[in-house]
Design a protein around this ligand. Structure first.
Ligand code: NG1
Ligand code: MG
Length: 543
């Protein structure tokens, strides 16, 4: 299965991309990075690590609840050229970026034992798990480009160079370049962290024997150093994706990834997914309000309250997700990290059934639109206040007066159901022996995308006016379906569009979406483009 495969190590750019056309276009960029590395560091790089961004076709704000999602890697990616350096201190990194806005940085990890009684000790204790041997300063309140490089380095240091192992990380020179726009919902952060993790693994010769699934776990852990309490969709999509397919990824009881062929090449008309950037920077944290984390907490509390209503017993100290509660309610004893014996058909039936129970979470009051207050939520949970706060709030930054248990829980179950329906529709189309598939395949996929966007507006509340306008314009321009992709509150939309109508579709959006009016040529191609599902992360090794 896809997550168990080794991380690909290639020796030519052609092998990275498989098809010659993409490889010849990409080679120019890769050669540029190699030359620039040589110019800056005086020798050729030993490796280039590549990690793509991703577009999520359907299934947002459900990965941290451990339900399946359906993203595909995009061509836009992060490249990190790297090689061992002559720096005297082990592990010291000289990091440069091809983008002149991001200045060069030199940083060195410190062994925690050397930090005792130092000023950094306090910060260290707050930021890292105590069992870790290494410390690298990352200020989460002021993230910079190199923070993501450091985040990737962290896991490599702590996994492979524990204190007392007698081995030391090599000093490294590296050069970063990226084509995934930041804050656009295409997961530039995960691409940065995956590429960085891979670069440090490669340069320290720790790649052999490592599976894609293990790299995903490391990258998820590493991303927590810079990010929010996110799920694993972005890292899994960046690492495991295969060309021309989407990836159905589930997270419970263990990481599982299945390539899903997209029906588009054989439908009539053929269709493609078009990304359009609203140019509103997607920000998961606004002021002191971490709206992303708030949804993580709301869905976890929703799971406990729902469990009480439907008779799933929970201990006072466990914190299961909605996915785990559903599994138990259906009578499956799913142990974490074991393979699941809950089939997608059973899951689908279970989701349909549990949706009838979600009404029990609806606030009774007239002002229920606002959700429930902290006091009501604690009362609903059945836990004493102290215990509730310890279990649900002590580990996460959240600031809110009201909580939407009903809306978020409904969103999670309905969106998860849509992912399964989308997946089934794609698999059905792929299994068909008909020469030409009916257009209804596309209409149905489109309808699921539309319903998903409606849920983003009404239930998950992660859209924004500009994104809604883009979705409306996409529908007017003939898209089968259109939705916000990723975390939301800005960023990109993804639309399913007939292939022969893509040019007029893009021209019409350019004409009508205000922020695109003055964009031409490559500036326009960077904000609105048809995606080609690309391959996942890999390393190019120079011999
Ligand atoms: P993006 O679009 O990269 O901000 C975020 C989370 C995902 C997922 C989506 C919403 C990170 C790193 N990723 O993605 O895990 O929850 O939102 O579906 O925060
Ligand atoms: Mg991100």
């Amino acid at each position: 299965m896809a997550a168990q495969l080794p991380i690909p190590v290639h020796t030519t750019v052609k092998d990275v991309f498989g098809d010659l056309q993409t490889a010849s276009v990409q080679s120019v960029r890769w050669d540029g990075v190699i030359q620039e590395f040589e110019k800056r560091f005086g020798r050729k790089p030993a490796y280039i690590a590549r990690a793509p961004g991703r577009v999520n076709l359907i299934g947002d704000h459900i990965d941290y609840v451990l339900f399946g999602v359906l993203p595909a890697a995009v061509e836009q990616d992060i490249l990190i050229a790297c090689g061992p350096s002559h720096h005297a201190n082990p592990g010291t990194v000289a990091a440069e970026n091809l983008d002149p806005r991001y200045g060069p940085k030199v940083f060195a990890p410190m062994l925690k034992s050397a930090l005792i009684h130092s000023a950094a000790e306090e910060r260290d204790a707050a930021q890292t798990v105590n069992a870790e041997s290494w410390f690298l300063e990352i200020d989460k309140r002021e993230l910079r480009w190199e923070s993501y490089v450091k985040a990737g380095y962290y896991g490599v240091l702590n996994h492979f160079f524990p204190q007392g192992s007698g081995t030391h990380p090599v000093p490294v020179d590296l050069l970063v370049t990226g084509s995934v726009p930041a804050g656009s919902g295409l997961s530039s952060s995960a691409a940065m962290v995956v590429a960085s993790t891979l670069a440090f693994l490669a340069v320290n010769d720790k790649l052999s024997g490592l599976t894609k699934g293990q790299l995903v776990e490391m990258a998820m852990e590493n991303e927590k150093r810079v990010g929010v309490n996110s799920g694993g969709m972005d890292q899994a999509a960046s690492v495991i994706s295969t060309p021309h397919t989407a990836l159905y990824i589930t997270f419970f009881p263990s990481l599982f990834a299945e390539p899903i062929p997209l029906p588009t090449p054989r439908t009539s008309p053929r269709a493609v997914f078009v990304c359009a950037n609203s140019l509103v920077v997607s920000d998961k944290v606004v002021g002191a309000k971490t709206r992303y984390n708030l949804r993580v907490v709301e869905t976890l509390v929703g799971a406990r309250v729902l469990a009480r209503h439907i008779g799933v017993p929970l201990t006072a100290t466990e914190r299961p997700t909605l996915r785990e509660v559903l599994g138990r309610w259906l009578g499956f004893a799913e142990a974490k990290d074991a393979p699941s014996d809950l089939s997608t058909e059973t899951l689908r039936g279970g989701l349909e059934k549990i949706l009838a129970e979600v009404e029990k979470l609806r606030p009774a009051r007239d002002d229920g639109q606002l959700g429930v207050t902290m006091e009501e939520m604690i009362e609903w949970s059945g836990l004493p206040e102290d215990q509730f706060k310890e279990l649900y709030l002590s580990w996460v930054d959240v600031e809110a007066t009201h909580f939407q248990l009903y809306k978020r829980t409904r969103h999670v179950f309905e969106e998860s159901l849509r992912v399964l329906q989308f997946r089934d529709e794609c698999l059905r189309a792929a299994a068909s022996t008909d020469e030409i598939l009916p257009e209804s395949t596309l209409t149905e996929l489109g309808a699921l995308m539309d319903a998903s966007h409606q849920s983003a507006i009404e239930l998950c509340e992660n859209s924004c006016p500009e994104v809604d306008e883009l979705v409306r314009l996409a529908k007017e321009a003939g898209a089968y379906g259109s939705r916000v992709t990723g975390a939301g509150w800005g960023g990109c939309t993804v639309s399913l569009v007939a292939e022969d109508a893509v040019d007029t579709f893009i021209a019409q959006i350019k004409e009508r979406y205000g922020p695109y009016k003055n964009l031409e040529g490559s500036a326009l191609r960077q904000v609105i483009f048809a995606t080609k599902p690309s391959s996942g992360a890999c390393v190019l090794k120079f011999e």
